[in-house]
Design a protein around this ligand. Structure first.
Ligand code: NAD
Ligand code: ZN
Length: 255
Protein backbone atom coordinates (compact mmCIF):
# COMPACT_ATOMS: atom_id res chain seq x y z
CA UNK A 1 0.00 0.00 0.00
CA UNK A 2 1.71 3.20 -1.18
CA UNK A 3 1.27 6.46 0.63
CA UNK A 4 -0.97 8.44 -1.67
CA UNK A 5 -1.95 11.34 0.59
CA UNK A 6 -0.38 14.64 -0.46
CA UNK A 7 2.07 15.91 2.18
CA UNK A 8 0.14 19.15 2.72
CA UNK A 9 -2.99 17.12 3.52
CA UNK A 10 -1.13 14.85 5.95
CA UNK A 11 0.09 17.99 7.81
CA UNK A 12 -3.45 19.37 8.05
CA UNK A 13 -4.75 16.01 9.34
CA UNK A 14 -2.19 16.16 12.13
CA UNK A 15 -4.09 19.14 13.63
CA UNK A 16 -7.63 17.71 13.51
CA UNK A 17 -9.61 17.36 16.74
CA UNK A 18 -13.18 16.53 15.66
CA UNK A 19 -14.13 14.24 12.79
CA UNK A 20 -17.28 13.54 10.80
CA UNK A 21 -17.42 10.67 8.29
CA UNK A 22 -20.14 10.13 5.69
CA UNK A 23 -20.30 6.76 3.92
CA UNK A 24 -22.23 4.99 1.18
CA UNK A 25 -22.34 1.58 -0.46
CA UNK A 26 -18.79 1.97 -1.89
CA UNK A 27 -17.31 1.48 1.59
CA UNK A 28 -18.81 -2.03 1.68
CA UNK A 29 -17.80 -2.88 -1.92
CA UNK A 30 -14.49 -4.35 -0.73
CA UNK A 31 -16.50 -6.61 1.62
CA UNK A 32 -18.16 -8.09 -1.46
CA UNK A 33 -21.47 -6.20 -1.33
CA UNK A 34 -22.29 -4.68 -4.72
CA UNK A 35 -23.02 -0.94 -4.88
CA UNK A 36 -26.04 0.42 -6.73
CA UNK A 37 -24.27 2.91 -8.94
CA UNK A 38 -20.73 3.63 -10.07
CA UNK A 39 -17.85 1.14 -10.22
CA UNK A 40 -18.87 -2.39 -9.24
CA UNK A 41 -22.54 -1.40 -9.26
CA UNK A 42 -25.39 -3.83 -9.83
CA UNK A 43 -27.09 -1.28 -12.07
CA UNK A 44 -24.77 -1.63 -15.04
CA UNK A 45 -27.91 -2.93 -16.72
CA UNK A 46 -30.18 0.12 -16.30
CA UNK A 47 -33.39 -1.90 -16.79
CA UNK A 48 -32.50 -4.25 -13.99
CA UNK A 49 -31.57 -1.25 -11.87
CA UNK A 50 -34.96 0.36 -12.45
CA UNK A 51 -36.71 -2.88 -11.54
CA UNK A 52 -34.76 -3.20 -8.29
CA UNK A 53 -35.45 0.39 -7.30
CA UNK A 54 -39.15 -0.07 -8.07
CA UNK A 55 -39.22 -3.18 -5.86
CA UNK A 56 -37.57 -1.21 -3.06
CA UNK A 57 -40.13 1.62 -2.89
CA UNK A 58 -42.63 2.26 -0.13
CA UNK A 59 -45.43 1.98 -2.72
CA UNK A 60 -44.43 -1.53 -3.83
CA UNK A 61 -44.14 -2.56 -0.17
CA UNK A 62 -47.82 -1.65 0.30
CA UNK A 63 -49.18 -3.33 -2.82
CA UNK A 64 -46.80 -6.29 -3.17
CA UNK A 65 -44.70 -6.81 -0.01
CA UNK A 66 -43.43 -10.17 -1.31
CA UNK A 67 -41.76 -8.37 -4.22
CA UNK A 68 -40.06 -5.90 -1.88
CA UNK A 69 -38.88 -8.75 0.35
CA UNK A 70 -37.40 -10.65 -2.63
CA UNK A 71 -35.26 -7.58 -3.45
CA UNK A 72 -34.32 -7.14 0.22
CA UNK A 73 -33.43 -10.84 0.39
CA UNK A 74 -31.08 -10.40 -2.55
CA UNK A 75 -29.17 -7.57 -0.87
CA UNK A 76 -29.18 -9.55 2.39
CA UNK A 77 -27.68 -12.60 0.65
CA UNK A 78 -24.63 -10.59 -0.38
CA UNK A 79 -24.38 -9.00 3.08
CA UNK A 80 -24.98 -12.01 5.34
CA UNK A 81 -21.49 -13.50 4.94
CA UNK A 82 -19.73 -10.14 4.58
CA UNK A 83 -17.12 -9.01 7.09
CA UNK A 84 -15.89 -5.46 7.76
CA UNK A 85 -12.95 -4.46 5.53
CA UNK A 86 -10.01 -2.09 6.19
CA UNK A 87 -12.25 0.92 5.40
CA UNK A 88 -14.65 0.04 8.24
CA UNK A 89 -11.74 -0.59 10.61
CA UNK A 90 -10.10 2.73 9.69
CA UNK A 91 -13.31 4.57 10.59
CA UNK A 92 -13.28 2.86 14.01
CA UNK A 93 -9.69 4.08 14.47
CA UNK A 94 -10.76 7.65 13.57
CA UNK A 95 -13.45 7.50 16.28
CA UNK A 96 -10.92 6.22 18.81
CA UNK A 97 -8.48 9.05 18.01
CA UNK A 98 -10.88 12.00 17.69
CA UNK A 99 -12.16 14.00 20.63
CA UNK A 100 -15.55 14.14 19.00
CA UNK A 101 -16.75 11.88 16.23
CA UNK A 102 -19.86 11.12 14.20
CA UNK A 103 -20.49 8.67 11.37
CA UNK A 104 -23.41 9.19 8.99
CA UNK A 105 -24.01 6.14 6.81
CA UNK A 106 -26.49 5.25 4.09
CA UNK A 107 -25.50 1.60 4.34
CA UNK A 108 -28.09 -0.87 5.58
CA UNK A 109 -25.71 -3.81 6.06
CA UNK A 110 -24.71 -3.19 9.70
CA UNK A 111 -20.97 -3.55 8.92
CA UNK A 112 -19.94 -0.28 10.59
CA UNK A 113 -21.50 -1.42 13.86
CA UNK A 114 -19.98 -4.90 13.42
CA UNK A 115 -16.54 -3.30 13.04
CA UNK A 116 -17.02 -1.37 16.31
CA UNK A 117 -18.18 2.11 15.28
CA UNK A 118 -20.26 3.60 18.10
CA UNK A 119 -21.64 7.02 17.26
CA UNK A 120 -23.41 5.95 14.06
CA UNK A 121 -26.38 7.64 12.40
CA UNK A 122 -27.61 4.85 10.09
CA UNK A 123 -30.00 7.15 8.32
CA UNK A 124 -31.48 4.36 6.13
CA UNK A 125 -31.76 1.79 8.93
CA UNK A 126 -30.74 -1.87 8.72
CA UNK A 127 -32.16 -4.61 6.50
CA UNK A 128 -31.54 -7.25 9.18
CA UNK A 129 -34.12 -5.69 11.51
CA UNK A 130 -37.87 -5.87 10.98
CA UNK A 131 -41.07 -4.34 12.30
CA UNK A 132 -44.73 -5.22 11.86
CA UNK A 133 -46.72 -3.14 9.36
CA UNK A 134 -49.92 -3.61 11.42
CA UNK A 135 -48.97 -3.48 15.11
CA UNK A 136 -45.44 -1.93 14.84
CA UNK A 137 -43.88 -4.68 17.00
CA UNK A 138 -40.17 -5.12 16.36
CA UNK A 139 -39.02 -8.59 15.61
CA UNK A 140 -35.57 -10.09 15.22
CA UNK A 141 -35.31 -12.80 12.59
CA UNK A 142 -32.03 -14.58 12.04
CA UNK A 143 -29.78 -13.02 9.40
CA UNK A 144 -29.82 -16.31 7.51
CA UNK A 145 -33.62 -16.33 7.42
CA UNK A 146 -33.68 -12.79 6.00
CA UNK A 147 -31.09 -13.75 3.40
CA UNK A 148 -33.25 -16.68 2.27
CA UNK A 149 -36.53 -14.81 2.21
CA UNK A 150 -38.87 -15.08 -0.79
CA UNK A 151 -42.05 -13.62 0.68
CA UNK A 152 -43.02 -11.22 3.47
CA UNK A 153 -42.59 -12.87 6.89
CA UNK A 154 -45.44 -12.61 9.41
CA UNK A 155 -45.55 -10.95 12.83
CA UNK A 156 -45.53 -13.40 15.75
CA UNK A 157 -47.83 -11.12 17.77
CA UNK A 158 -50.62 -10.28 15.29
CA UNK A 159 -49.93 -12.17 12.05
CA UNK A 160 -49.53 -8.96 10.04
CA UNK A 161 -46.78 -8.62 7.43
CA UNK A 162 -43.33 -7.64 8.71
CA UNK A 163 -41.31 -5.02 6.86
CA UNK A 164 -37.59 -4.32 6.86
CA UNK A 165 -36.72 -1.60 9.37
CA UNK A 166 -35.01 0.30 6.57
CA UNK A 167 -36.00 3.44 4.68
CA UNK A 168 -37.27 2.46 1.23
CA UNK A 169 -37.11 4.72 -1.81
CA UNK A 170 -39.73 7.46 -1.55
CA UNK A 171 -40.19 7.06 2.21
CA UNK A 172 -39.63 9.70 4.88
CA UNK A 173 -36.43 9.69 6.87
CA UNK A 174 -36.71 9.05 10.63
CA UNK A 175 -37.05 12.48 12.25
CA UNK A 176 -34.79 11.69 15.23
CA UNK A 177 -31.88 10.70 13.00
CA UNK A 178 -32.34 13.77 10.80
CA UNK A 179 -32.20 15.96 13.90
CA UNK A 180 -28.97 14.26 15.01
CA UNK A 181 -27.41 14.71 11.59
CA UNK A 182 -28.23 18.42 11.61
CA UNK A 183 -26.89 19.01 15.11
CA UNK A 184 -23.77 16.82 14.90
CA UNK A 185 -22.69 17.64 11.34
CA UNK A 186 -24.21 21.00 10.44
CA UNK A 187 -24.76 23.06 13.59
CA UNK A 188 -21.43 21.84 14.96
CA UNK A 189 -19.20 21.34 11.94
CA UNK A 190 -16.34 18.89 12.60
CA UNK A 191 -12.77 20.07 11.84
CA UNK A 192 -12.56 17.29 9.26
CA UNK A 193 -15.41 15.91 7.13
CA UNK A 194 -14.61 12.78 5.09
CA UNK A 195 -17.10 11.51 2.51
CA UNK A 196 -16.39 8.05 1.09
CA UNK A 197 -18.01 5.58 -1.29
CA UNK A 198 -21.16 7.45 -2.15
CA UNK A 199 -22.58 8.97 -5.30
CA UNK A 200 -24.15 11.46 -2.83
CA UNK A 201 -27.35 11.79 -4.82
CA UNK A 202 -29.43 12.46 -1.71
CA UNK A 203 -29.35 16.14 -0.69
CA UNK A 204 -29.17 15.36 3.04
CA UNK A 205 -25.93 13.42 2.36
CA UNK A 206 -24.30 16.14 0.25
CA UNK A 207 -25.43 19.09 2.41
CA UNK A 208 -23.04 18.57 5.36
CA UNK A 209 -20.12 18.30 2.91
CA UNK A 210 -21.00 21.60 1.17
CA UNK A 211 -21.60 23.17 4.57
CA UNK A 212 -18.17 22.20 5.89
CA UNK A 213 -16.40 23.20 2.66
CA UNK A 214 -18.07 26.63 2.67
CA UNK A 215 -17.10 27.14 6.31
CA UNK A 216 -13.46 26.52 5.33
CA UNK A 217 -13.16 23.21 7.21
CA UNK A 218 -11.01 20.38 5.94
CA UNK A 219 -13.06 18.22 3.54
CA UNK A 220 -11.91 15.02 1.80
CA UNK A 221 -13.73 12.82 -0.68
CA UNK A 222 -12.57 9.22 -1.23
CA UNK A 223 -13.91 7.43 -4.31
CA UNK A 224 -12.38 5.57 -7.27
CA UNK A 225 -14.47 7.80 -9.55
CA UNK A 226 -15.19 11.53 -9.36
CA UNK A 227 -18.70 12.55 -8.27
CA UNK A 228 -20.40 15.92 -8.29
CA UNK A 229 -18.91 16.52 -4.83
CA UNK A 230 -15.34 16.19 -6.10
CA UNK A 231 -15.07 19.82 -7.20
CA UNK A 232 -16.55 21.11 -3.95
CA UNK A 233 -14.29 19.33 -1.47
CA UNK A 234 -10.88 20.58 -0.44
CA UNK A 235 -9.25 17.27 -1.41
CA UNK A 236 -10.55 14.61 -3.76
CA UNK A 237 -8.46 11.47 -3.17
CA UNK A 238 -9.12 9.04 -6.00
CA UNK A 239 -8.99 5.39 -4.94
CA UNK A 240 -10.70 2.60 -3.00
CA UNK A 241 -11.84 3.35 0.55
CA UNK A 242 -10.02 0.29 1.92
CA UNK A 243 -6.70 1.77 0.81
CA UNK A 244 -7.21 5.48 1.45
CA UNK A 245 -9.18 5.61 4.72
CA UNK A 246 -6.47 3.76 6.72
CA UNK A 247 -3.97 6.41 5.57
CA UNK A 248 -6.28 9.21 6.73
CA UNK A 249 -6.81 7.48 10.10
CA UNK A 250 -3.05 7.01 10.52
CA UNK A 251 -2.37 10.72 9.86
CA UNK A 252 -4.73 11.90 12.65
CA UNK A 253 -3.13 12.88 15.93
CA UNK A 254 -3.50 10.66 18.99
CA UNK A 255 -2.49 7.12 19.84
P1 NAD B 1 -24.19 4.23 -4.78
O1 NAD B 1 -24.33 2.79 -5.18
O2 NAD B 1 -25.08 5.23 -5.38
O3 NAD B 1 -22.70 4.72 -5.07
C1 NAD B 1 -21.59 3.94 -4.74
C2 NAD B 1 -20.36 4.80 -4.86
O4 NAD B 1 -19.27 4.05 -4.33
C3 NAD B 1 -19.99 5.17 -6.30
O5 NAD B 1 -19.71 6.55 -6.34
C4 NAD B 1 -18.73 4.34 -6.57
O6 NAD B 1 -17.84 4.99 -7.45
C5 NAD B 1 -18.15 4.23 -5.19
N1 NAD B 1 -17.25 3.08 -4.96
C6 NAD B 1 -17.23 1.86 -5.57
N2 NAD B 1 -16.26 1.11 -5.05
C7 NAD B 1 -15.64 1.83 -4.09
C8 NAD B 1 -14.56 1.60 -3.19
N3 NAD B 1 -13.90 0.44 -3.17
N4 NAD B 1 -14.21 2.60 -2.34
C9 NAD B 1 -14.85 3.79 -2.35
N5 NAD B 1 -15.86 4.06 -3.16
C10 NAD B 1 -16.27 3.10 -4.04
O7 NAD B 1 -24.26 4.19 -3.21
P2 NAD B 1 -24.96 5.18 -2.22
O8 NAD B 1 -24.58 6.57 -2.57
O9 NAD B 1 -24.67 4.64 -0.89
O10 NAD B 1 -26.53 5.02 -2.50
C11 NAD B 1 -27.09 3.73 -2.57
C12 NAD B 1 -28.38 3.53 -1.79
O11 NAD B 1 -28.63 2.12 -1.75
C13 NAD B 1 -28.30 3.94 -0.37
O12 NAD B 1 -29.55 4.44 -0.05
C14 NAD B 1 -28.06 2.65 0.44
O13 NAD B 1 -28.92 2.62 1.57
C15 NAD B 1 -28.47 1.53 -0.48
N6 NAD B 1 -27.46 0.43 -0.62
C16 NAD B 1 -26.82 -0.03 0.49
C17 NAD B 1 -25.85 -1.02 0.38
C18 NAD B 1 -25.15 -1.48 1.64
O14 NAD B 1 -25.68 -1.32 2.73
N7 NAD B 1 -23.94 -2.04 1.54
C19 NAD B 1 -25.54 -1.57 -0.86
C20 NAD B 1 -26.23 -1.08 -1.99
C21 NAD B 1 -27.19 -0.08 -1.83
ZN1 ZN C 1 -47.93 -7.33 14.39
Amino acid sequence: MGNTLPERLADQLGRVDSVGVITGAGVSAESGIPTYRGKGGIYDDPDEGDRTVEALTGTTLKIDPDRTWRAVGELARSAVQARPNPAHHAIVEMERKANSFVLLTQNVDGLHQAAGSRNVIDIHGNIFETRCMDCAARETLSRERIAGIRQAPRCAACGGPLRPDAVLFGEMLPAGKVARLRSELEQRIPDLVVVAGTSALFPYIAAPVFHAARAGHLTIEVNPEPTYLSEAVGHFVQGPAGEILPQIAAALPGA
